[in-house]
Write a protein that binds this ligand. Sequence first.
Ligand SMILES: *[C@@H]1O[C@H](CO)[C@@H](O)[C@H](O)[C@H]1NC(C)=O
Ligand SMILES: *[C@@H]1O[C@H](CO)[C@@H](O)[C@H](O)[C@H]1NC(C)=O
Ligand SMILES: *[C@@H]1O[C@H](CO)[C@@H](O)[C@H](O)[C@H]1NC(C)=O
Length: 637
Amino acid sequence: MASSQIKRNTQLLLCIFLYRLMISWGLDQGSLAITPPRGWNSYDSFSWIITEDEFLANAQIMANKLKSSGYEYAVVDFLWYRRNAPGASFTSPGFDVIDEWGRPVPDPARWPSTAGGKGFAPIAAKVHAMGLKFGIHVMRGISTAAVSKNMPILGSPVGRRWTAQDIALTSRPCSWMPQCFLSVNTSTEGGKAFINSLYQQYASWGVDFVKLDCVFGEDDMSLDEITTVSKAIVNTGRPMVYSLSPGVRATPSMGKLVNNLAHMYRVTSDDWDIWNDVQSHFDVARDFAAAGLIGALGLQGGHSWPDLDMLPLGWLTDPGANQGPHRSTGLTPDEQKTQITLWAMAKSPLIYGGDLRHIDQATLSLITNSVILDINSNSFGNAEIAAASSTDNEALPVLNLVACEQATNTSWAIRNAESPGANDYLCWRVPEVINRAGELAHCLNWTVSSRAPISLYKKRGATEVGAHILQRGIAHLWSADAGNICLDSFHDRQGAVANSERITSKLFSSCSKQRSQTWQLTSKGELKSTSNSGLCAAIDAQINTARIWAARGTQGQYYVAFFNLGLKASTVSIPLDKLIRSQNLAYGSELSGSTAATSCTGIDVWSNQGTGIFSGILSATVPSHGCKLYSLTCGSN
Ligand SMILES: *[C@@H]1O[C@H](CO)[C@@H](O)[C@H](O)[C@H]1NC(C)=O
Ligand SMILES: *[C@@H]1O[C@H](CO)[C@@H](O)[C@H](O)[C@H]1NC(C)=O
Ligand SMILES: *[C@@H]1O[C@H](CO)[C@@H](O)[C@H](O)[C@H]1NC(C)=O
């Protein structure tokens, strides 16, 4: 064994020792989220309309089939307090059930056990009896239902009776639910008292996990509320995992502001079962890994985890829909493997989103794969170690929304289809893209108004976006693969367009008749929102199609994942010396000497086949949108 190898091995053992010490220290403290939390969340399959029976049925299946794989948090997602009555939707005010202190309580029609002031306590008790933990989603600040009735605040400090209107900040609504939720002024005694009253109530119900939404990411960053809630959770004395959402254009510097206040925080906008969403996680996961934020110190001595969002696999609904599960995931088997492999390598929390009553064997095997779970819980040194544009692959188009003055790189045009009167195409050109494929140009379908009003089509690959005309020249753009969802400009966001140079939003939401979802082709070739958002659709070309991630396991193994984001199968490879050097760098030790003599052996995880002994280079053909995952043991010859 060369001395450099001995030095490396010594460093590795030291690193493993420190890592284990860190874990056992955390456990001794009773800290939470020592490894990335796992569980089930109702949003991807039930949107907001889930009922008690549906929730408990899912929790019971999680207890039976997933608990042994570490899935423990059963989480009710948003609007459990909203009455599911005619006219109610995820953006409608006036349907929220609140108590005499302006706090949301479960809608008793959907959650019958909670009636009579019991709140979620009976549900939490049932979930605990299954051996699981119980979680809830909550929105920022205060419901406008409490503000309009000017409800009193529980626990007002002596000498002043605070009310909802004293603390609500009408200037700070949630950007994507502005009629329903307002921030509260956390600098006031009343604002603090209100937030404390919420978390005292959650603790009294037996809540173990809180996902606080509309407080993080570029559109809604609310460090004051994130901090006040963090203190309120500690004040309850009850251990609760604290999760922040959403993560629109989240950056590592935003992550560093919150990591020790919470246990997990989203780093992208919502992830749905469209390839564009999976692909959009690669850069952000790389950046948070490189910033050292994976497993950084979290709330109360726990750890914190950049969260890539739920896994929209299996049996699903559509974003924000007034509808339960009714369709299968739009991701192909290769795309699903890519998703869970990236989520594992980036140590994201694993929160399954599909309806567990309909989970199939293939999906179950995917999310309970023992190597995936070991990587997710126990690996370290996790990083993207190489990225390359493959000669075989054209540049990848990614649809974005930008301020129109910045959308100069994409020009849109209508091109007639071959047969007159049939579909026209809406095509884009990105002339300034510098890559091997030269100028990037593709088309979307565009159905003329004289034809049937809605003509959906399904298209895989390029952008997975379709278009149909509502009136001449005005179109809805929708993602055919994720069900009935439309490109949305979110024109309600106040003042953001003029001030921010990096405009973005959740790109898609449920199709509605709202103007924020209609788009017009201008004579300048802009595809412009017809609302007052000032947003245009633009295509960014992303040219690094091959991505390689690596990490170390606690037995000294190297985990290597090859991803191919391209449109064609492609060969991905890495020299073993580069792999080993990257991992030495990842845990801070210096490389000395050559590693050219290294050879490795191990398994190809997804095919469960041995690799045999090899040296020099690891190389594989990876299908389009697919991945390869290896667990390797390496040493000197
Ligand atoms: C919040 O309350 C403080 C203290 O009363 C006040 O100075 C501040 O202006 C308020 N903030 C907003 C945004 O209204
Ligand atoms: C347009 O493309 C050029 C070349 O890739 C790039 O330098 C420039 O930043 C792009 N402009 C915008 C507004 O995206
Ligand atoms: C547009 O849709 C039609 C009908 O579904 C399909 O045959 C055609 O290939 C599509 N064109 C493009 C450019 O996707």
